[in-house]
Design a protein around this ligand. Structure first.
Ligand code: NAD
Ligand code: DAU
Length: 338
């Protein structure tokens, strides 16, 4: 079996490459990544010399390049992680989100059709469902919850999901979609809440909390996301959507206070800043379908997973300083100017 993993130099794709290369030594894995600011070869350093792994630099929107790669490699399965993934960046510059997250998906699916790939799996997000009110803890996102997006990022991901289902219905392309909640774990770029707060707290810098910090996210360890995708591409039903989440809801303030406690830093570092425009209030996944149909269960719980993630960030300062390029420094200045 030969599997293409796009976006494999990023956070979740990188963890998925490690997970799959280790678990399936007899399968072959090709990682395709454009190495944007979010993609880093050091994330893949441990597996670059493995016999069953190969890295290719390229853009999923580049039709000619993608066509040639598919012609040469003859993939059985394509798992698409490649995307612009940060909501705040999508608010500053939506266009690149539409290019990579929508046109990129169309380009990959056209190649899948032409070269008769047996499965195209789209890694989507719970953000396509919009948000839930804070005072209704009884409500959850189900696979048939209507798409109702808030940010240019989530709108681009929902557009891709619609396109994937259109390719299934119109061309019978064998597709699956997964919609996961917020991930945390090793190799996450320090623009996202958890690694950003760990880094800033360690340096005794102010911790920017949007609004009142009441927004709720449903946290899942990245390796639990990887095991769920592994199950879906091997056992999932074509044409189906699977939600992935582990019922680990926390307010942002709770997450930040937990990190401060583990690091032994004072809560006085917390600084409430201007809210994110269109800020989604609460995400909460109902994972019953993947649990019942495919037997998936998460291994990590947030209380132990967050401690391990803090330790990973402290132990991997070299990785962190290398990913913080000049481009990232410019972005930080612009985003947190107040
Ligand atoms: P990330 O930003 O860390 O990594 C994205 C990777 O894609 C990078 O390596 C980047 O170089 C690559 N990439 C971007 N545009 C590309 C293009 N046009 N061609 C080729 N490569 C390109 O993102 P992540 O957090 O690892 O998210 C991966 C996927 O999972 C995304 O599709 C995202 O929407 C989805 N997702 C993320 C989360 C989360 O909490 N981070 C949760 C659910 C779903
Ligand atoms: O739910 C899945 C989604 O989770 C993925 O699809 C996205 O790719 C991923 O980035 C993530 O989106 P969020 O917007 O939820 O993640 P982020 O880490 O940016 O923010 C988490 C929460 O923390 C959110 O409510 C905004 C808040 N926040 C974030 C930052 C960066 C702050 O309060 N301060 C900050 O500086």
């Amino acid at each position: 079996m030969k599997i293409l993993i796009t976006g494999g130099a990023g956070f979740i794709g990188g963890n998925f490459c490690h997970y799959m290369v280790e678990k399936y030594p007899n399968d072959k894995f090709v990682c395709l990544d454009a190495l944007t600011y979010a993609g880093n070869m050091e994330t893949l350093a441990d597996i670059l010399d493995r016999q069953n792994f190969k890295f290719v630099k390229g853009n999923i929107c580049d039709t000619e390049f993608v066509d040639q790669l598919f012609a040469e490699e003859k993939f059985d399965i394509v798992v698409n992680f490649a995307a612009e993934s940060h909501v705040d960046r999508s608010i500053q510059n939506p266009k690149i989100f539409l290019e990579s997250n929508v046109i990129g998906v169309q380009t990959l699916m056209d190649a899948c059709r032409k070269y008769k790939v047996a499965r195209f799996h789209q890694v989507s997000t719970d953000e396509v469902y919009g948000d839930l009110p804070l005072d209704r803890p009884d409500l959850f996102f189900h696979e048939d919850t209507p798409l109702h997006t808030s940010s240019p990022y989530s709108a681009s991901k929902a557009s891709a999901d619609l396109l994937v289902m259109a390719y299934y219905r119109t061309y019978q392309l064998p597709v699956t979609i997964s919609r996961c909640s917020n991930n945390y774990g090793p190799y996450q770029f320090p623009e996202k809440l958890i690694p950003l707060i760990i880094k800033k707290a360690q340096n005794n810098e102010k911790l920017p909390i949007y609004g009142k910090g009441e927004n709720v996210r449903d946290w899942l360890h990245v390796l639990d996301h990887c095991s769920a995708i592994d199950l879906i591409i091997h056992k999932g039903k074509v044409g189906e959507v699977y939600n992935i989440g582990g019922h680990n809801e926390r307010t942002n303030l709770e997450v930040v206070k937990t990190i401060l406690k583990v690091l032994g830093k004072p809560e006085s570092l917390i600084s409430f800043v201007t809210d994110r425009p269109g800020h989604d209030r609460r995400y909460a996944i109902d994972p019953e379908k993947i649990t019942k149909e495919l037997g998936w269960k998460p291994k990590y719980n947030f209380d132990t997973g967050i401690v391990a993630t803090i330790k990973w960030n402290l132990d991997n300062q070299a990785w962190l300083s290398h990913v913080e390029s000049g481009e990232y420094q410019n972005w930080l200045k612009k985003q947190y100017k107040d």
